[in-house]
Design a protein around this ligand. Sequence first.
Ligand SMILES: *Cc1c(COP(=O)(O)O)cnc(C)c1O
Length: 544
Amino acid sequence: MAFAKRTAQATNESLHRIFTMAEAPDSTLGRIEQEMSQNLVGFLNNHIVASNNALTDIEQDFICPHIPEQPEFVSDHMHHLLDKLVAQSVHTASPSFIGHMTSALPAFILPLSKLMVGLNQNLVKVETSKAFTPLERQVLGMMHNLVYHKDDSFYHTWMHSAEHSLGAFCSGGTVANITALWVARNKLLKADGDFKGITRSGLFSALQHYDYQGLVILVSERGHYSLKKSADILGIGQDSVIAIETDENNKIDCQKLAQKCQQLQEKNIKILSIVGVAGTTETGNVDPLDKMADIAHQYQCHFHVDAAWGGATLLSNKHKYLLDGIERADSVTIDAHKQMYVPMGAGVVLFKDPSSVADIEHHAEYILRKGSKDLGSHTLEGSRPGMAMLLYASLHIISRPGYELLINQAIEKAQYFADIINKHEDFELITKPELCLLTYRYVPKAVHALLKRADEEQQSLLNELLGKLTEFIQKRQREDGRSFVSRTRIQVARYGGEKIIVFRVVLANPLTSKENLQDILTEQCLLAQESEKLLPQLLIAAKL
Ligand SMILES: *Cc1c(COP(=O)(O)O)cnc(C)c1O
């Protein structure tokens, strides 16, 4: 780990080194890595779900429901794993795998994870994590500081206080969002006079007591589906997540948001939370957080920011202004397992007010006693691993400037990709990157001009054909396994808000090069030629 030496500096070269497995310290892991690289072609081959109930080849390998009665030697079993599991896994670290938010990990994560698993500390209570608990509280402090910039005395006072918490570690953004809205709900419907609070009396009594006709969550139509899960679990129902329209840049329309708030108030429906998105999952855009904070303040409701993807942008001095206003949020979700390059299972929710967690506090007799510093008294999850250690290590080894390099480069790379898509006559950029996400689609040269001239009906027909072609290319590319982009359907303002099938790209892997990106476009053009019916159909339509 040359990067960690005394002279460590966050340079391109040092970052490249820690993301390549050249220094993998363990020969077994090295072998697994080699195995994965050799099998890169065809990696994504069989993971397509068969359309009927037939099993895929890989499913055939994992069909036996019997627990073995015969022990196996570890080395024999390793062999089995390499053949059946590793060789057929998705190579998420590949520089050409740019379809999802899961990418390469720094090499130092492997030995550290081994340490974490070996120590097997349980963060639910101090009795099983006496050093890890303070460490986790410190990491929460570091993340809290990144968002809220309080002074040192604030952190000295609250970081290790038994009844307070600056946030909670959890398995991911989903649980972080649920936790934030759980806090918001319990605070809103707290004990009051004879009413014992929602925690004890439930939602029905709470609504009766406070005389609300309902509770809703307001978020842009680009909000993550975990908010619907949250609404479901919190008992207010998925339909209570109200999607507010976005503008042509996929940002929430604040005028529409304010109008909705007013309407709801008139109907005596209480807003549980306004949720701002910092880095939408599909397009990577950031809502106008400062304006949203004003509206939340005006209507006296909780303001949560889902920065699961984009939160790490705060580490970049150059780009952090995009998230201005986040410091006014009552709670913030950040996934360390996305742009902070920690392995999966590392979500964080942060609270502006360290006493917020009082509203979700739970106690038990044998642990989580009143006055204990057990983290489990205010987390949704029970037993939890020491993931905070991996984030702690990453923050030290990569450091803030190192993260800034990673974030800035990812955004530059996305801008470069947008550029070459724009210049290419057979593609159309659909959403330009604000962070390192963008969407685009295949539009043959001949169709471009027609799309511009076409009336609404013709446009709609062309978009349908182009959608099928884009889907065809994406599936073929996935099957071939040389590279991978994902696909989604989004409403596009320039086509009258019609839903359009697009390629979606996330450029977070530091190993992805400009050549990789050029190759992906070349490959997609070749694949388009293989579409037997679709391309000719389009070209005929184009001549009409
Ligand atoms: C990824 C993501 C989530 C969900 O996080 P998980 O870690 O997958 O549970 C929520 N919101 C946004 C904006 C995300 O990008």
